[in-house]
Design a protein around this ligand. Structure first.
Ligand SMILES: NC(=O)c1ccc[n+]([C@@H]2O[C@H](COP(=O)([O-])OP(=O)(O)OC[C@H]3O[C@@H](n4cnc5c(N)ncnc54)[C@H](OP(=O)(O)O)[C@@H]3O)[C@@H](O)[C@H]2O)c1
Length: 340
């Protein structure tokens, strides 16, 4: 049954694949009267050059906000931004800043560049990601999925938290959105704090799962610690969407997936895939709320180990206050930054 934290329950009852009746990011904006309603908001998005990040940027632009995108390839971003502005009704703006999540130096520089351009930040959407890549070590010496999906976003968020705190107001508390994944439910998806990125016995899906749990842990930690001061945080599983994210999957793995009729019925289009993070970033129901794992435009329930490959709940290890705190402290050391 529908409720404020599960407003589209009916539409999710019987999925029929991409472009079925499940809501899109724009429907969420329309239903919440948010089109061109945000002339005073500043929004920052990572991973805006592909997949659901493009649609998320388009939606945030349509709110009328001042939107910043942090991208590793400016020449790739420019035509995407031009297309969004040309094809989307909106009176906001989109500014591009270069940032390669593979390098903590690049992340720190991008945070500084953003802060030189804006003294406000109301919404941060940590959306960029890489999935199940071969074992790779970043320039900073970390396993790549841990580094890109988690540690770089942790660094960015921590450096921007003071500005998010000062931008928070009683009518709009600042929001951090972590685009996680049901992949966090991998059997060894709980981060190994003694071997982050599990470099010693690397397995691509376990490393993806651990990086995505680490994002949930950071979200929980931020909401618990900074929520009372006006910065709330939620983690999101966007659903299954065919994007460039599958670039490291073998043809056999993709074929096995596409032959699974039930899984294909659950798949979403890109505009549908962007809906949950846009809901978390903008819907009034989330005012002053956070610390949740969301999927299909609702607060998810604990995962019961049921058959769905794509969604339906969070793993027991997604909430772990003791290890969330340990990972936060460890991450400050690894990123060589201070607590805000
Ligand atoms: N698609 C799904 O089914 C699904 C399911 C669960 C969770 N998710 C999560 O949703 C998020 C978006 O995924 P998507 O499906 O839209 O994937 P995508 O199409 O592959 O887009 C990923 C984005 O991340 C950026 N990125 C990757 N590595 C980067 C780096 N080192 N520095 C800067 N940017 C980097 C990419 O930039 P380039 O354009 O330069 O490559 C791109 O903009 C990810 O966090 C993913 O884990 C997706």
């Amino acid at each position: 049954m529908s409720s404020p934290f599960n407003p589209y329950a009916e539409q999710h009852k019987d999925p029929k694949g991409p472009e079925d009746g499940r809501p899109t990011a724009f429907q969420v904006l329309e239903d919440n009267k948010l089109l061109q309603a945000w002339p005073d908001k500043v929004v920052l998005i990572t991973g805006a050059t592909s997949g659901i990040g493009i649609e998320t940027t388009r939606a945030m632009y349509a709110t009328g906000a001042r939107v910043f995108i942090l991208v590793r390839d400016i020449t790739k971003a420019q035509p995407i931004v031009a297309d969004i502005i040309k094809s989307t009704k909106g009176n906001g703006s989109i500014e591009i800043i270069e940032m390669d999540l593979d390098s903590l130096d690049s992340v720190k520089k991008a945070a500084q560049q953003f802060l030189q351009k804006s003294s406000k930040l109301h919404v941060l959407i940590n959306n960029a990601g890489v999935m199940a890549c071969p074992r790779t070590i970043t320039i900073d010496g970390f396993e790549r999925q841990f580094a890109v999906n988690y540690l770089a976003h942790f660094t960015l968020t921590t450096l921007l938290l003071p500005t998010m705190l000062s931008s928070s107001s009683p009518t709009f508390n600042s929001r951090v959105i972590w685009v996680s994944s049901s992949g966090h439910r991998h059997a060894t998806g709980k981060p190994d704090l003694d071997d982050l990125g599990i470099l010693d016995h690397y397995e691509p899906w376990a490393a993806y799962g651990q990086s995505k749990t680490a994002m949930i842990w950071a979200s929980n930690y931020i909401d618990r610690t900074y929520g009372p001061r006006g910065v709330h945080s939620n983690a999101v599983h966007p659903g299954g969407i065919l994007t460039n994210l599958s670039q490291y999957m073998t043809k056999e793995a993709i074929d096995a997936f596409t032959e699974d009729e039930e899984a294909m019925r659950q798949m979403k289009s890109v505009p549908q895939g962007a809906a949950t993070q846009v809901w978390a970033a903008s819907a009034p129901v989330w005012e002053g709320q956070g610390g949740k794992y969301l999927e299909d435009l609702k607060v998810a329930e604990p995962w019961l180990g049921a058959v769905s490959k794509i969604g339906d709940g969070y793993a027991a290890h997604a909430y772990d206050a003791v290890n969330e705190e340990k990972l936060w402290e460890l991450s400050l050391e690894l990123a060589k930054i201070e607590n805000p």
